[in-house]
Write a new protein. Structure first.
Length: 360
């Protein structure tokens, strides 16, 4: 199959992980007889340095002309002093919104080999961790009005959090469909005891749930959910939530599985063109040291094959290879535990490529 993949190298440590994901994709091309072409796209700090803005329209246009886009992570101290509109993060938000990617899927899965790396007690971890945060990605407070102003002699700021019914319904549907393919449980997470937007989420979801009588539906306040995720994560299957709650809960969810360096994500909208990225940041503190864990980015490439290109076997080949390398005891620093062998980012990439090549 021929596919055109947009590649955003990203900032700080990010090019190191993207390089490994691209090596893995090359191996997949050879093994399964596909032909991928790659188009480099500038977004984030790199685009600010080159063009003075985090995502120029011409770079967004390039993304829209690809079959899918792979991203590492963006940002770093170099660009932190810039005004809000010019920060690298703004490029990411423009990209998500410009590509219409409203459904962000962030799996929290415990790899059994890494159960020692989870900060939770064995008695909790032994029940397993296998849930997905379905995060609304292009609405809410991230895209509401932002303003800093002076009134009555002091500085004030406001951020608004708008949601409309159709934005809730379309992400709700994704959540219900996903639950159907999993353990058939969906939990809406909100702050309906305080926020109007949350009450609208509840109203829309309660209507929608009638179309999915086979899915067990529940609702939970976000503060309680944050607590339940560390108390008993095995109770969750699909969590559906608004943009900012999803941002926060998905970091928590990743940490209990051992390392944020292991968690990929997909962002999709109406078609099959998606954006695939690890959920972690660009790790400026270890940039250039070959230390960063490339697995989340490699697994993001696997998700791209599965969800955008319908290449299930190929995606599984990558996931199996990651499993094999973990079984062999190889670990990057973030997931290292006693008795394992610590390796760098590029060696992790090489070992995963080798495991794909040598498997049947
Ligand atoms: C994420 C990140 C982004 C977000 C930042 C970089 C804007 O934290 O993808 O989770 O908040 O969505
Ligand atoms: Mg985040």
């Amino acid at each position: 199959m021929e596919k055109k993949i947009g590649v955003i190298q990203g900032d700080a440590s990010s090019p190191e992980i993207v390089a490994q994901a691209l090596r893995v994709l090359h191996v997949i091309e050879e093994k399964f007889d596909h032909h991928f072409t790659y188009e480099n796209i500038d977004m984030g700090g790199a685009a600010i340095d080159k063009y003075g803005e985090p995502l120029p329209d011409h770079e967004l246009k390039k993304c829209l002309a690809c079959d899918s886009v792979l991203l590492g992570a963006i940002g770093g101290p170099k660009w932190e002093g810039l005004p809000g509109e010019l920060r690298p993060e703004k490029g990411l938000l423009k990209l998500r919104s410009g590509m219409g990617l409203y459904a962000n899927n962030r799996p929290a899965t415990l790899w059994p080999q890494l159960s020692d790396a989870s900060p939770l007690k064995d008695s909790i971890v032994k029940n397993g961790i296998d849930f997905v945060v379905v995060r609304e990605l292009i609405g809410g407070v991230y895209f509401g009005e932002h303003k800093t102003y002076v009134e009555d002699g002091e500085r004030k700021a406001l951020d608004t959090m708008p949601y409309s019914e159709h934005e809730i319904e379309r992400i709700g549907r994704i959540g219900f469909e996903m639950a159907r393919k999993r353990k058939k449980k969906l939990c809406l997470v909100d702050k309906a005891n305080v926020l109007d937007t949350s009450r609208l989420w509840r109203a829309v979801m309660q209507t929608l749930k009638n179309e999915y009588p086979d899915v067990e539906y529940s609702q939970m306040f976000v503060d309680n959910c944050a607590m339940q995720i560390c108390k008993d994560p095995s109770q969750f299957d699909v969590i559906v939530t608004e943009n900012m709650f999803g941002d926060i809960l998905s970091d928590e969810a990743s940490m209990i599985t051992g390392s944020i360096g292991m968690i990929p994500s997909s962002s999709l909208g109406e078609g099959t063109r998606g954006l695939y990225e690890p959920i972690h940041g660009s790790a400026p503190d270890i940039a250039g040291q070959d230390k960063i864990n490339p697995i989340a980015c490699i697994l993001s490439a696997a998700m791209m094959l599965r969800y955008s290109f319908d290449m299930e076997q190929e995606a599984e080949a990558i996931e199996r290879a990651v499993n094999t390398v973990l079984d062999q005891g190889y670990r990057t620093a973030d997931i290292f535990s006693e008795g394992c062998v610590e390796i760098g980012c590029s060696e992790m990439g090489s070992r995963i490529c080798e495991a794909i090549q040598t498997s049947k």
